[in-house]
Design a protein around this ligand. Structure first.
Ligand code: CP
Ligand code: NVA
Length: 301
């Protein structure tokens, strides 16, 4: 059994295997109804715990549907409803859960919660987002890019906006999948220092996107950010909105991505989000397929 905690801690060949498996599993479903079982049922008789300490639409539903398509069962748990949210240690929770379930997916605030869960669980643990990273999202994003525009190796990816948790997983992916990553945003919202060396900075968004194969953005205020920062961040980030004028500077076949949920007309305009280069709903769909491949990988199937 293997955990899936982050992109930089998963070997390159395993990451490539997950992407290829996700595409193969997607194609094998061949348009059958969402509730229909796959031909192959690697999670038959398996119970999966999905723990959320933060809200979620995509992660919650895509994991739940994915487990069921592979023959397993799920329980969706809110962190605040568990003793975990009332002082029970992560270590004790991990050891107890391991007696009941075959796999744990957790979305949490502190990265240490995820790491403790992985250390003390005797079943695989998957990172469904922390304040620092969001690896499942970026696996779906790599899959989406490659479905549309071929291998991502050697391509230029530009991130415009806040240097947040989703950016961090893109930075890890840039090294593992060998693509160029440029960050454009204001200095106060630079990515965390640990990521230095994985990307370059270009403060001018127009210069940054020149020749880009992919332009990516995300919300300006993440779930772990204080709401009191909203106005300040809007003022800092206004010049980094992804709009049609900015997309026009990228390559003609450049794609646009956003992990969603979006604040339309803030980080990106609806003209871009609903425009011909946007693949935002393919990204959302591919969460399902990529995560099914991640779960198979974790269980060694
Ligand atoms: N992109 C993403 O993780 O969305 P949710 O917060 O809805 O799960
Ligand atoms: N950066 C966002 C991503 C949400 C999927 C957040 O952490 O809130």
């Amino acid at each position: 059994m293997k955990h899936f905690l982050d992109i930089h801690t998963t070997p390159q060949d395993e990451l490539r295997g997950i992407i290829d498996d996700g595409i193969a599993m997607k194609n094998a479903r061949n348009g059958r109804p969402k509730g229909a079982l796959d031909d192959d049922l690697p999670l038959k008789d398996h119970m999966v715990a999905l723990i959320f300490e933060k809200p979620s639409t995509r992660t919650r539903i895509s994991f739940d549907v994915g487990v069921r398509q592979m023959g397993g069962q799920t329980m969706v748990l809110s962190g605040t409803d568990m003793q975990l949210g009332h002082g029970e240690t992560i270590a004790d929770t991990a050891r107890v859960l391991s007696r009941y379930v075959d796999l744990i997916m957790i979305r949490t605030f502190e990265e240490q919660t995820l790491l403790d869960m992985a250390e003390y669980a005797s079943v695989p643990v998957i990172n469904g987002l922390t304040n620092r990273t969001h690896p499942c999202q970026i696996m779906a994003d790599i899959m989406t890019f490659e479905e549309h525009n071929g291998p991502i190796k050697g391509k230029k990816v530009v991130w415009s906006g806040d240097g947040n948790n989703v950016f961090a997983s893109f930075a890890h992916a840039a090294k593992q999948f060998d693509f160029e990553l440029v960050f454009t945003g204001p200095p106060p919202l630079d990515p965390e220092p640990a990521l230095q060396g994985l990307y370059t900075i270009e403060r001018d968004p127009n210069a940054a996107v020149a020749g880009a194969d992919l332009v990516v953005t995300d919300t300006w205020v993440s779930m772990h950010d204080p709401q009191s920062a909203r106005e300040r961040r809007h003022n800092q980030l206004r010049g980094y909105q992804v709009n049609e004028a900015l997309m026009a500077k990228a390559k003609d076949d450049a794609l646009f991505m956003h992990c969603l949920p979006a604040h339309r007309e803030d980080e990106a305009t609806s003209a871009v989000m609903d425009g011909p280069r946007s693949v935002i709903f393919d990204e959302a769909e591919n969460r399902l397929h990529a995560q099914k491949a991640i779960m198979r990988h974790c269980l060694g199937r």
